[in-house]
Design a protein around this ligand. Structure first.
Ligand SMILES: Nc1ncnc2c1ncn2[C@@H]1O[C@H](COP(=O)(O)OP(=O)(O)OP(=O)(O)O)[C@@H](O)[C@H]1O
Ligand SMILES: [Mg+2]
Length: 234
């Protein structure tokens, strides 16, 4: 039987004594593309941060490749293949594009591997080549989002959590980011995207989970090949 890559069971999480998420259960397989849709404050970021080890679960279980993640630190989860791209992208504006990429894997002492990974990403995302030595502060919002994803890809993730990646992007930029997410899923990475607005009808092949006040209210199973159009990112 095929094992889920990520399994979340009856998860409750929040901040201090307050609970934000309650009784969240779902499973993701390698190569899946899933959207978590919900209004402001519904708990999307909290869920992603719980999976990435930044917020500690209060109850329930999170398994990655069958392993209990609940007591692991974010850096341990990153090493296992869970990459979280936060809403604000958290790029270092004073560094160049290339330096941002390399900073993602500063712990990796295998420089040949790091260089090869950076070269592969520059080849994949041609805009990186054009601005490789430019300050990250000069990028457009769309380029910043692509760089944030590229930086996460430097860690060779098996699960990529993209928090609100379409915010402030032009339609063309949003389409590019959505296309990259679908491509990565096609290559076997599980890609999970949080966004506020819902347009699951345009997302053939995509599982859409609806979050409402910290609870999963509904999910829509995949219907075809994963390649969301721009409507999914509106
Ligand atoms: N650091 C924090 N401390 C306390 N409460 C928080 C913290 N971060 C978020 N919250 C609360 O948790 C709830 C869920 O917030 P969360 O950011 O997870 O929602 P979201 O769905 O990502 O919203 P958005 O669409 O605005 O990004 C909100 O009520 C929010 O006020
Ligand atoms: Mg959020």
């Amino acid at each position: 039987m095929r094992m889920p890559l990520l399994q979340v069971e009856s998860l409750a999480a929040g901040y201090g004594k307050g609970e934000v998420l309650d009784d969240i259960s779902f499973a993701l397989f390698p190569g899946s593309l899933a959207y978590f849709l919900g209004p402001c404050g519904s708990g999307k970021t909290t869920l992603f941060m719980a999976i990435a080890g930044i917020v500690r679960p209060k109850r329930g279980m999170i398994r990655f490749d069958g392993e209990d993640l609940r007591r692991k630190r974010p850096t341990e989860l990153l090493a296992r293949g869970i990459a979280y791209v936060p809403h604000n992208r958290l790029l270092c504006s004073s560094l160049s594009v290339r330096e941002n990429l390399l900073a993602a894997v500063w712990r990796d002492t295998d420089r040949a591997r790091v260089e090869e990974q950076a070269a592969r990403l520059v080849h994949r995302l041609p805009f990186l080549k054009a601005c490789e030595h430019q300050s990250a502060s000069r990028l457009t919002d769309g380029e910043r989002q692509l760089l944030a994803i590229a930086r996460a890809l430097m860690t060779r993730p098996r699960l990529l959590l993209l928090d609100d990646p379409f915010d402030a992007l032009s339609p063309a930029e949003a389409d590019e980011v959505a296309g990259l997410g679908a491509e990565l899923a096609g290559e076997g990475t599980a890609v999970v995207i949080a966004q506020r607005s819902a347009a699951p009808a345009a997302c053939a092949g995509v599982t859409a989970y609806l979050l409402d006040a910290g609870r999963l209210s509904r999910s829509q199973a995949p219907q075809g090949p994963a390649r969301p159009g721009l409507a999914a990112a509106s």
